[in-house]
Ligand binder design. Structure first.
Ligand code: C5P
Length: 256
């Protein structure tokens, strides 16, 4: 408490640089100027000159989220994680389905590097799965159909224990995860400011709703990249985030 007010952490705005060309991504970054956002680089952009772009962004003191969702044998992912750390990205994703050995190998590998410690974000079940499609996978793997939410919560439980710093989760899963993991860093995609087209996102929340529910960061792509004025779109989202108070439960659960 400071001067009788509860300290509430800000919710980061992560801008998804979903572009097929690095110059298009950089053009958006230039347009956004000094706006306090994190830039997310995924597969498409990474394979289209994104590595140099990441270096350039870091050189310009921008915050970078490398979203390559690593999933391989523990040694391979651990080495990839070290490379991500050496790029000075702030966070990167791994698939929690890689299991305890993979996640622990990543955490151990990062501990070997002095002074740089990006956040390890775990992806449990991709939000493109619904219960029917996820049952195809779980039935094939185990002989039993498992709900998406049960798998998400189960994997998140383990992720914390294995050494992940946070998870990527949907708006629907966020309240459930917050209940059992008050201090886990949560990154929530599928965010649509009021009035934005929903596109192909099945379950969306507004920036304010995500903040109220205790999201530490929200990921927004097309409502910014396809806006007539992306800078104005970012300013409006940042304003919405800063003028929203997390619900009391979320404050109590997210403050350190
Ligand atoms: O354009 P839109 O705001 O829907 O973009 C959302 C971004 O978040 C995309 O880069 C998408 O790949 C990513 N994402 C997602 N759902 C997840 C994980 C990542 O939409 N579960």
């Amino acid at each position: 408490m400071t001067h009788g007010r509860t300290l509430v952490q800000p919710t980061d705005l992560i801008v998804a640089l979903d572009y097929a060309r690095a110059d298009a991504a950089m053009a958006l970054v230039e347009k956004l100027g000094a706006q306090p956002v994190v830039y997310k680089v995924g597969f498409e952009l990474f394979l289209a000159g994104g590595l140099d772009l990441v270096r350039e962004l870091v050189h310009r003191k921008k915050r970078v989220f490398l979203d390559l969702k690593f999933h391989d044998i523990p040694n391979t992912v651990a080495k990839a994680a070290q490379q991500a750390a050496r790029l000075h990205v702030e966070m990167f994703t791994i698939h929690l389905a890689g299991g305890s050995q993979m996640v622990r190998a990543v955490a151990d590998a990062l501990a070997e590097i002095d002074q740089i410690r990006p956040k390890i974000l775990g992806v449990s079940v991709l939000t493109s799965f619904d219960d029917v499609r996820w049952a195809e996978v779980t039935q094939a793997l185990t002989g039993h159909a498992v709900d998406v939410s049960a798998s998400v919560l189960g994997l998140t439980e383990h992720a914390v224990f294995w050494g992940a710093d946070g998870v990527v989760c949907s708006a629907v899963e966020l309240p459930l995860i917050r209940e059992s993991h008050p201090n886990l860093y949560t990154v929530v995609p599928g965010i649509r400011p009021v009035g934005s087209p929903v596109n192909d996102q099945a379950r969306v929340m507004t920036p304010a709703q995500a903040r109220e529910a205790g999201a530490n960061a929200i990921v927004v792509g097309r409502p910014i990249t396809e806006a007539a004025d992306p800078r104005a779109a970012v300013e409006s989202i940042l304003k919405e985030l800063s003028s929203t108070e997390p619900k009391r439960e979320a404050i109590l659960k997210t403050k350190n």
